[in-house]
Ligand binder design. Structure first.
Ligand SMILES: Nc1nc2c(ncn2[C@@H]2O[C@H](COP(=O)(O)OP(=O)(O)OP(=O)(O)O)[C@@H](O)[C@H]2O)c(=O)[nH]1
Ligand SMILES: [Mg+2]
Length: 167
């Protein structure tokens, strides 16, 4: 899973929570691969020069997660973000415990970005982490090149189900 989102959104903490660790603050200084996750510094997502680089990293991943804290005051991601990412896009809302949390607003941003699934988590208590873990355990069906081309010809993503009349 590739994680992107502004600095302090809780990306590194999310990795720690997924591993069942106590949170320990480490500022992410560079994009790094650890186990099954690619973590990136929030500053990359905050700069338009780096954001194309983020799209490139996404090609190395099975799933892309936008991470946004429930109390973020503004949105960094444009609408239809999924259109330039050739992988499933999910949203993870962190800091659901914040007194300034506005989860419906963040959900709306993530829906506009085109997230397939949206998860709400509290990295401190681990609430919501299990649901995300279950999703990550799901295997995408393997396709032949012909099957992938057929979906593309229909304007579908490779992981979208085929319409019933074509099954
Ligand atoms: N209350 C609360 N605090 C959180 C949560 N997730 C992360 N934090 C805190 O938010 C701060 C920033 O978390 P990080 O995980 O370092 O954020 P990041 O997105 O990796 O930031 P960069 O490395 O700068 O890109 C830390 O002090 C965390 O302890 C959460 O769900 N709830
Ligand atoms: Mg970090």
């Amino acid at each position: 899973m590739f994680l992107m989102g502004r600095s302090e959104a809780g990306k590194t903490s999310l990795i720690q929570a997924l591993k069942g660790e106590e949170l320990h603050y480490i500022k992410t200084q560079y994009t790094n691969l650890e186990g099954d996750t690619i973590d990136s510094p929030g500053e990359y997502a905050e700069s338009k020069h780096f954001s194309v680089g983020l799209a490139c990293f996404s090609f190395e991943a099975d799933v892309i997660a936008i991470v946004q804290a429930a109390d973020e005051p503004y949105n960094l991601f444009g609408d239809c973000l999924h259109t330039f990412i050739l992988r499933p896009l999910i949203g993870v809302i962190t800091k659901t415990d914040s007194p300034y949390a506005n989860v419906p607003m963040i959900r709306q941003w993530m829906e506009s970005a085109g997230c397939d699934r949206i998860f709400e988590v509290n990295n401190v208590t681990g609430e919501g982490i299990e649901e995300l873990t279950e999703y990550l355990k799901e295997d995408l069906p393997l396709l032949t090149l012909e099957e992938a081309k057929q979906r593309q010809a229909l304007g579908l993503c490779e992981w979208d189900p085929l319409p019933e009349n074509l099954l």
